[in-house]
Write a protein of this length. Structure first.
Length: 393
């Protein structure tokens, strides 16, 4: 974290600094079955939202609409974001609000939290929530750099087995993605030979810089964290990690190395890139190609994955999945029934209510690190191995 951000955060009551809510001993001792899974069997899961920016309001609304969830608190350092939550998230106008996430986490009435804060703060907020004994649904990715992801992994190691630790890699809960993955796993597609992920998102790179003069430089950097590499990890980490996660999932492992390129062509605000072309090498000779760009004109968008097997080609998206068998010309297509984030939210609540803890930490960390691996390959212009990447933080 840069010195300017640290200075600004300390000035604002140290809202985003590390805390010690509980000692390791008291944290684990305090996580009883009633605390981890609610006061009563089959009772609603009480939850709070940490970070009421756009994603926090979207996912928080889905959680509030789930019949098994009960919104009890919201938190953000910016009062205007809290005001938006009160008008957009069902029931948010009737619950407690906080400007300091530590105050929210000490609320004993909360079973779970949604963490939807800037990416570089995910490791800190995740660690604090785990230590407080809460179930956690943390937005992707797991961190903005290697050191942050390692910190998150250490925090997860200290969690109780009764805690559910979910992340916003929602493709893993989509019935259509699951069916496609089973085609690979069962051998129906034959031997997997190549994978591709396309994240072509039009208009973002050409967007005019927002009018931010009313904010001090440090606050501006925090409000617009997504356009700074230090706070977002760059687009390959913050955005493209979804497609990278799917490739890791379908390959059954993280890659062993990466090569490629990336850069900044037209963007005028912040310091992130606007395109990447990365080739990931997986064990067994399988390659995964990431094609990512925010350069197309709006409203063009092409976000999908393709998997090539010796018997079948598979295409996955958030709205459908399709396949074509070898020797055939016809595609078989299945439409998604709804927004797949709802599937992820339902799985999170089910894991708590049914007392079947969900732990996505390892795969989520590996997908985040895979994105960082690709970024490092683009930065250096050479092949970067997994081991070399891990030594970077």
């Amino acid at each position: 974290m840069c010195a300017s951000i640290v200075k600004w955060e300390r000035k604002n009551t140290e809202r985003f600094t590390e805390m010690s809510l509980l000692t390791r001993r008291s944290a684990l001792a305090g996580i009883t079955s009633s605390m981890a899974f609610g006061a009563k069997a089959n009772s609603k899961v009480s939850f709070g939202i940490i970070g009421t920016g756009e994603r926090g309001r979207v996912v928080g609304s889905m959680m509030a609409r789930d019949p098994r969830g009960r919104l009890m608190a919201i938190c953000d350092v910016f009062p205007d974001r809290l005001d938006l939550a009160r008008t957009q998230v069902p029931g948010a106008d009737e619950v407690k609000s906080f400007g300091d996430y530590r105050e929210l986490l000490v609320q004993h009435s909360l079973d779970a939290v949604l963490i939807a804060t800037p990416v570089f703060l995910h490791p800190e907020h995740f660690a604090a929530a785990v230590k407080a004994g809460k179930h956690v649904y943390c937005e992707k990715p797991a961190g903005a750099d290697v050191a942050g992801v390692k910190r998150l992994l250490r925090a997860a190691e200290a969690a109780s087995p009764a805690q559910s630790l979910a992340f916003g890699f929602q493709q893993r809960f989509s019935p259509e993605y699951i069916a496609a993955e089973q085609m690979i796993r069962s051998g129906a597609a034959g031997d997997l030979t190549q994978m591709s992920s396309f994240w072509m998102w039009g208009g973002n790179a050409f967007a005019a810089p927002p009018k931010t003069n009313r904010y001090a430089p440090q606050e501006r950097r925090l409000r617009y964290w997504n356009v700074y590499r230090e706070t977002s990890g760059d687009i390959i980490v913050e955005q493209d990690c979804h497609g990278v996660d799917v490739m890791n999932w379908f390959a059954g492992a993280h890659p062993v190395s990466a090569s490629g390129a990336g850069g900044r062509k037209v963007r005028t605000f912040g310091d992130i890139s606007d395109w990447f072309e990365i080739t990931y090498e997986y064990a067994g000779g399988v390659r995964g190609m990431l094609h990512a760009s925010q350069l197309p004109p709006a409203p063009f968008a092409d976000v999908k994955e393709q998997f090539f097997g010796t018997k079948r080609v598979i295409e996955t998206t958030r709205t459908y999945f399709a396949w074509m068998d070898a020797g055939k010309r016809d595609w078989h297509r299945t439409e998604s029934k709804r927004e797949i984030t709802i599937d992820a939210v339902e799985a999170f609540f089910s894991s708590i209510v049914e007392k079947k803890p969900l732990n996505m930490t390892k795969s989520s960390a590996e997908s985040t690190l895979t994105s960082i691996l690709g970024r490092m390959a683009a930065e250096t212009g050479r092949v970067v191995t997994w081991e070399e990447m891990l030594k970077a933080g």
